[in-house]
Design a protein around this ligand. Structure first.
Ligand SMILES: [Ca+2]
Length: 532
């Protein structure tokens, strides 16, 4: 009798303990954070009012900053679309993940943070621009743009099937993301990547923003008419200048309003700008064209009448470029607002990490440039805002040297998993919580896309510390540049040949060598060879 009771009590205790363990496990499962990673394409920090309110107001992206953390010194490892995406997924530099420039194909068989979360029970999805050529792996659901994607009536590939969808790309991407969030497997935490095409070239606004900025003068950056004095040939020999933008493809002037193109557009020799523009224009439906023409025909007529030359033409191009670029961002911001409203309504705000970033920065006329690629600040730095109420104090700012290399380890860490030893970035969790002890003091950069492709920016690598930046351009040039970022934030004075800075340069060279060893980037050929 006694034994029976003893067994019965013991069983009850074990049952209670097991129930408790199961409950705890389920609670942990439910409290693992959801992750929404929004990445726009070519969105410079200066075009987000939380960073700088001179160009545009972005109240919805600013809301994320007000409720989360704004990073003022987030850097990319290789300022170009596809390489940046490969780094984000793998947490590894281009030399390790194998995608060095836009010609390369991503090896999807390698490990990524999304695969690790998927294997551990996350519902994973990606909507929007993919640009890695191979089929996305590690996603329960993928609905991606074909190639670079189009602003109007783009093609999407949904889990393998291609269809053209009528509408404006930024709205369509968010429509699809919201639809997927509503129809996801709700028993699991989720990780969703929302990748905008906007504000990538050729900057075609939607109908509701075409007149925005019509009566506004866009301030010209103080370095717009740069003479590249003191800098190496690299700064001068690029083909990145706003004054060389295409009238048709970039600035949407119909060919009937000009005799010939007034620039190279930074394009390879066989690129036909007019044909490309006509292709983009003819994607629109008759109704969309009518709205488009009602605005842009008068722009073309005005251009034809004015017969602009020299600096006046360069300034006109800058304003045309910037207005359309900013209008595309206005759509992005509206759609971020739709997402944040949904998260509130669905009760997901508290337990969801929301990231807003870009695949790199972008030149908005600094040094006379557009595009990216250079290790100079406007393209090296990328906007980064993270909201996660459980860890991040609202309205906080971090000026630490963080990188796009850090996304993969951060998401793995936040999901409660061990960060693989071969990921080269670091989890940002300690920074989210306000602890910046032992954070990195320098970042390493390496750009490869030369001489093929666009814009003729020479291959280069370099180191940036909190104070200085040292860059080495190589391949068919052997040129070093050194900047004091504190006294020369616009990077106009190359100090490399100044004797007083030799000690600084030598020290940076030693640190650069260490970073190349740390990131296993020592086997490339930095000699004066013309081939890759
Ligand atoms: Ca990009």
């Amino acid at each position: 009798m006694r034994l029976k009771r003893y067994v019965s009590i013991s069983c009850s205790i074990i049952l209670i303990m097991l129930t408790g363990i199961f409950r705890l496990a389920r609670a942990q499962q439910q409290t693992r954070p959801n992750i929404i990673y929004i990445m726009s394409d070519d969105h410079a920090s200066k075009a987000i009012s939380a960073y700088d309110s001179k160009l545009i107001q972005t109240p919805n992206i600013d809301r994320l900053a007000n409720e989360g953390m704004l990073f003022t010194n987030a850097n990319v490892t290789n300022s170009l679309c596809a390489p940046s995406r490969a780094v984000m997924l793998t947490g590894k530099y281009s030399n390790i993940n194998g995608l060095r420039d836009n010609r390369d194909t991503f090896n999807g068989d390698q490990m990524s943070w999304i695969k690790l979360l998927h294997q551990d029970g996350y519902y994973t999805s990606i909507i929007g621009k993919w640009h890695l050529k191979t089929v996305p792996q590690g996603f329960d659901y993928w609905d991606i743009l074909v190639g670079q994607g189009h602003y109007y009536n783009p093609y999407f590939i949904k889990n393998g099937d291609t269809t053209q969808v009528q509408g404006y790309v930024t709205d369509l991407i968010m429509d699809k993301a919201l639809n997927r969030l509503k129809n996801r497997d709700k028993s699991k935490p989720f990780a969703m990547l929302i990748h905008n095409k906007a504000p990538h070239r050729n900057w075609m606004p939607d109908s509701t923003h075409m007149e925005m900025f019509d009566n506004k003068n866009i301030p010209l950056p103080e370095t717009f008419f740069d003479d590249y004095k003191t800098r190496s040939a690299a700064a001068k020999e690029q083909d990145m200048e706003v004054q060389n933008m295409f009238l048709s493809n970039d600035l949407k002037i119909q060919p009937k309003y000009f005799d010939k193109e007034t620039g190279t557009g930074g394009a390879p020799a066989n690129f036909d700008a007019v044909k490309n523009w006509e292709g983009a224009y003819n994607r629109m439906t008759p109704h969309q064209k009518k709205i488009w023409d009602a605005h842009y025909d008068s722009v073309g007529q005005s251009f034809q009448k004015r017969n602009l030359k020299g600096e006046a033409l360069a300034y006109w191009k800058y304003e045309r470029y910037m207005k359309d670029y900013l209008r595309c961002i206005a759509s992005v911001d509206d759609n971020v607002g739709r997402l944040l409203d949904y998260l509130d309504q669905a009760g997901l705000t508290k337990n969801t990490i929301v990231v807003y970033t870009s695949d790199q920065g972008f030149f908005l006329g600094e040094h006379g440039y557009f595009d990216k690629r250079f290790m100079y600040e406007p393209s090296l730095k990328t906007p980064l805002i993270v909201r996660y109420p459980k860890e991040i104090k609202p309205g906080s700012t971090s000026n630490q040297l963080v990188m796009n290399l850090d996304f993969a380890p951060t998401f793995v860490d936040e999901a409660g998993l061990s960060v693989p030893g071969d990921m080269q970035g670091r989890s940002l969790q300690s920074i989210f919580k306000g602890n910046v002890m032992n954070w990195r003091k320098s970042v390493y950069y390496h750009y490869y896309e030369y001489p093929y492709g666009w814009h003729k920016v020479k291959k280069h690598y370099g180191i940036k510390t909190e104070r200085y930046k040292l860059i080495h351009f190589y391949n068919d040039i052997d040129a070093w540049e050194l900047y004091d970022l504190k006294n020369d934030p616009h990077e106009l004075n190359n100090l490399y040949d100044i004797p007083a800075y030799k000690t600084v340069a030598d020290s940076l060279k030693r640190q650069l060598k260490q970073l190349q060893i740390q990131y296993q980037d020592t086997s490339f050929d930095a000699s004066l060879t013309k081939e890759k």
